[in-house]
Design a binder for this molecule. Structure first.
Ligand code: PHE
Length: 346
């Protein structure tokens, strides 16, 4: 088992299956968001928690944070949003679960949860990031996450000598982070293609002057950067031959659907900037403001350094003749190995 700890429990109030997967505490307290969504089977939720918590270890390591990786998953009974008493019951249950870990895990918002939900979880445990400012938290993590993605997109373009203005960007998924990315790149003169599974997002795309196309067409559009900003698994081995982008850099977690996708992308000469590097803005900002006492301006400057990290990774990858994913895993591996060595000698 690669993970340190997995706890699965049926919530006593809600009856819903929920879990916390702790991948690694080598660099410090494991942190990662609380995902609330429907899975056909709770074991699918568990597989997601295991994958997502590992990605958090790499995310925090590459963002140079002294935190480990973990994730919470609450399995919703249907695809419809969980509302009212059942939502509250599920959040209190997950709060109890987190509290039972006694600080070995701290949570934050993720797909399906937001700052208000963190207030409910905090009724049962203090190990919570991103409550609204009125409740003493650093608030919504979507704006800093989007800001980090922008820094990553700019660095990716710069590596190929392309400016954001006039570049072709495709944003897949106009949720809380994707919409902000779309707005920003449009405001800076990029030629934007935007899409979402939900047709109700179309007016937003059109207001930004984007070309709206259905998801299966949008992903195939010619682009300098393709930005996956919806839930994971977009990059399947079947899709790769149809891609017409120079690079991929977006915040969606677990973008590679199959293990061989990274290799297929390399063979096509498409640069995949790992999601766990691109999407670190939320944790960088939340831990900076809530734990390191940084002002929002200082925390945002740290978020912008994701651009520097991406530039370094792309340069390292080119120099070593490997894909950025490989270069990133090596960089994270070195940091983790150093920390584990230190703990052996403790
Ligand atoms: N969902 C984000 C992540 O997993 C945001 C987050 C912010 C999580 C702060 C934990 C703490 O990276």
């Amino acid at each position: 088992m690669e993970h340190e700890h997995l706890v699965v429990r049926r919530g006593s109030r809600s009856g819903l299956t929920m879990m916390v997967a702790i991948h690694s505490s080598a660099l410090g307290q494991p942190i990662g968001g609380c995902r609330l969504r429907h899975y056909p089977d709770w074991r699918d939720g568990m597989a997601d928690a295991l994958r997502l918590s590992r990605a958090m270890t790499y995310k925090n390591a590459l963002a140079d944070l002294t935190y480990g990786g973990a994730k919470a998953v609450v399995v919703a009974p249907t695809p419809e949003p969980l509302n009212g008493n059942l939502r509250r019951a599920a959040l209190l249950d997950v709060g109890d679960l987190i509290e039972s870990l006694d600080g070995r895990y701290a949570t934050g918002p993720d797909v399906g949860t937001g700052p208000e939900d963190m207030v409910t979880i905090a009724e049962r445990t203090g190990h919570v990031f991103c409550r609204p400012a009125a409740y003493g938290g650093s608030g919504d993590s979507s704006p800093p996450t989007a800001r980090g993605v922008l820094a990553a997109i700019r660095a990716t373009l710069a590596h190929d000598g392309v400016d954001l203005a006039g570049s072709r960007i495709t944003v897949v998924g106009l949720g809380s982070v994707g919409a902000l990315i779309a707005e920003h790149v449009a405001a800076h003169g990029a030629r934007l293609v935007a899409t979402d599974l939900d047709p109700a997002k179309r007016p937003l795309a059109e207001r930004l002057g984007a070309t709206w196309s259905p998801p299966e067409e949008a992903v195939r559009a010619e682009a300098d950067v393709l930005v996956p900003a919806a839930v994971g698994g977009l990059l399947t081995s079947a899709l790769v031959p149809h891609l017409r982008c120079a690079a991929i850099a977006g915040p969606a977690n677990n973008q590679l659907a199959d293990d061989d996708t990274a290799e297929l992308l390399r063979r096509r000469g498409i640069r995949w900037v790992p999601d766990y590097v691109v999407s670190a803005g939320g944790v960088i900002h939340a831990t900076g403001v809530e734990r390191r006492g940084e002002s929002p301006a200082v925390a945002l400057a740290a978020v912008d350094r994701i651009g520097t990290t991406v530039a370094a990774l792309l340069a390292d990858a080119d120099a070593a003749g490997v894909i950025p994913h490989e270069a990133a895993l090596r960089m994270a591996g070195t940091r983790l190995a150093r920390a584990s060595q230190a703990s052996i000698h403790r």
